[in-house]
Design a protein around this ligand. Structure first.
Ligand SMILES: Nc1nc2c(ncn2[C@@H]2O[C@H](COP(=O)(O)OP(=O)(O)O)[C@@H](O)[C@H]2O)c(=O)[nH]1
Ligand SMILES: [Mg+2]
Length: 456
């Protein structure tokens, strides 16, 4: 193990056992953070009392344990240790274990019983108890199932610890001098964007409304984006598309959502198409063949996908190509900002195969980077700090390189999720993203225009 440490990591002369690379990987799970070593069992001892002396009331902490089988594993809790003798609810808690070079993250299920906060050693879900009985061991016990994990994959079933460290996790904001994109956060700008969207006319006459397809993992915020756009034009918060944080795909149907310009208003010139989530496993969630059928306009609204067999087009209909109006004119990958670093190879591969398909049909594509509020505490406080946050910028660059979409085609947004009222800054970002989608759809129509009978 590399014993070299960086100044940032240690207080007093405490040296971390993490390599620089491992520290970076762990920070990737946490956002833009700084780690400060509070407790190191080989120096301070494995007694729970010492652990509490050093780690109580320190805010969010990350525990990193090392066993003799070369496993590095542990957990994160966003809630202080206080010895209150209560079950701790912590929706942000997770366990991790290094598999190869990258840590695998196991999120807490509901957040309930994420820890039991007593005078004993640190524990996660009372399932995984570190420094158990003041000894250099980790103890795995059944009972509460706050986390789903196996002790063999997490730590090779070797309970003897050679080290146990607890780090204080501090979220930091790096502000840039100049915003890297200019946004006018004004009511005039919002009105102007709404007006441009209202008056938008697809470049080809046979297309009355452009069709925008949203693709992404479950929980990324696809349904919420539709709800947010719908809310803006309705002038109040709406939730027509079912949204939620359930583990498996809530949306199982292919839904096409037109948006009206107000309650009695005319339909707006676009349709947002919401798919079920893109699950990582093959044979679950949306399949590449299903996506291909959607792109080519063969899947009807409310078609219920079968995760086992791909969409089977109606024989008669399949014999004639779908009209331009029915096809998808712009593809939007919806990606949760907080999950970019955690994107699995499988998901990345699946997205790459979707992108190849989309490319082959010459459909423009962009990325909607959602949940910027959850990714950066400063942005949560003030959305206007979005484009001075170097962390958000780094996430835009990361998603751009992972998905192979230019940085200029990555649009960060905050969807409405729990708000009761519309908020100007949210609206400006959401409308800017939608405006870009319409422009892209135009690029596509412009391309296919000579092939159509009906150019304007
Ligand atoms: N804080 C925050 N929550 C969001 C955002 N977008 C979506 N959510 C929440 O994330 C969860 C999943 O969103 P949903 O739209 O159902 O995802 P879908 O599976 O892609 O359709 C819901 O609880 C939403 O309220 C966002 O930008 N910020
Ligand atoms: Mg959905």
């Amino acid at each position: 193990m590399n014993k070299k440490t960086k100044g940032k990591l240690s207080t007093e002369s405490l040296a971390s056992d993490l390599t620089e690379e491992q520290r970076k990987q762990l920070c990737g799970l946490l956002g833009n953070v700084e780690l400060t070593l509070l407790y190191k069992a080989s120096v301070h001892g494995y007694q729970a009392s010492v652990f509490h002396q050093r780690c109580d009331r320190q805010g969010p902490t990350l525990l990193v344990a090392y066993n003799y089988s070369e496993y590095i594993f542990g957990g994160y809790t966003s809630v202080d240790y206080t010895q209150c003798y209560q079950q701790i609810t912590d929706k942000e808690a997770f366990l991790f274990s290094f598999e190869g070079t990258e840590p695998v993250c196991i999120k807490v299920k509901s957040g309930h019983h994420a820890r039991y906060d007593d005078a004993g050693g640190p524990n996660f879900g009372q399932q995984l108890c570190f420094c158990y009985n003041n000894q250099p061991v980790v103890h795995h016990q059944g009972g509460i199932n706050a986390f789903d994990f196996y002790s063999d994959t997490l730590y090779g079933e070797d309970p003897d610890l050679r080290e146990c460290e607890v780090y204080k996790v501090k979220h930091i904001l790096q502000v840039m001098e100049k915003p890297w994109r200019n946004v006018l956060w004004t009511a005039e700008r919002r009105a102007e964007l709404m007006e441009m969207i209202r008056n938008y006319k697809p470049l080809v006459m046979s297309v009355s409304r452009v069709r925008i397809l949203m693709i992404g993992p479950v929980g990324a915020g696809k349904s919420s984006f539709f709800n947010s756009i719908n809310s803006i034009f309705m002038g109040r918060i709406t939730s027509k598309a079912m949204s939620g944080s359930a583990g498996t795909s809530l949306t199982t149907q292919f839904r096409t959502y037109p948006v009206k310009d107000g309650r009695e208003g005319k339909p707006l010139p676009f349709v947002l198409c919401d798919t079920m989530g893109l699950e990582e496993q093959t044979g679950a969630g949306l399949d590449i063949e299903d996506i291909s059928s959607i792109l080519q306009g063969r899947v009807p609204d409310r078609y219920k996908f079968n995760p086992i067999t791909p969409f089977q087009p109606d024989e008669q209909k399949a014999s004639r190509p779908a009209s331009l109006q029915e096809k998808i004119h712009c593809v939007v990958y919806v990606i949760n900002t907080t999950k970019i670093s955690l994107m699995s190879d499988k998901l990345q591969e699946k997205l790459a195969s979707v992108r190849r398909k989309v490319n082959s049909l010459a459909i423009p594509q962009m990325v909607l980077m959602t949940k910027v509020d959850e990714a950066c505490p400063q942005v949560e406080k003030d959305l206007q700090s979005l484009y001075v946050s170097s962390y958000i910028k780094s996430k835009v660059q990361e998603v751009s390189s992972r998905l192979g979409v230019p940085v200029s085609c990555v649009l960060p947004v905050k969807n409405y999720s729990q708000e009761l009222e519309l908020e100007l800054n949210c609206d400006v970002l959401l409308l800017t993203a939608l405006q870009q989608m319409l422009n892209f759809a135009d690029d596509y129509l412009d391309d296919v225009c000579p092939l159509e009978d009906n150019p304007k």
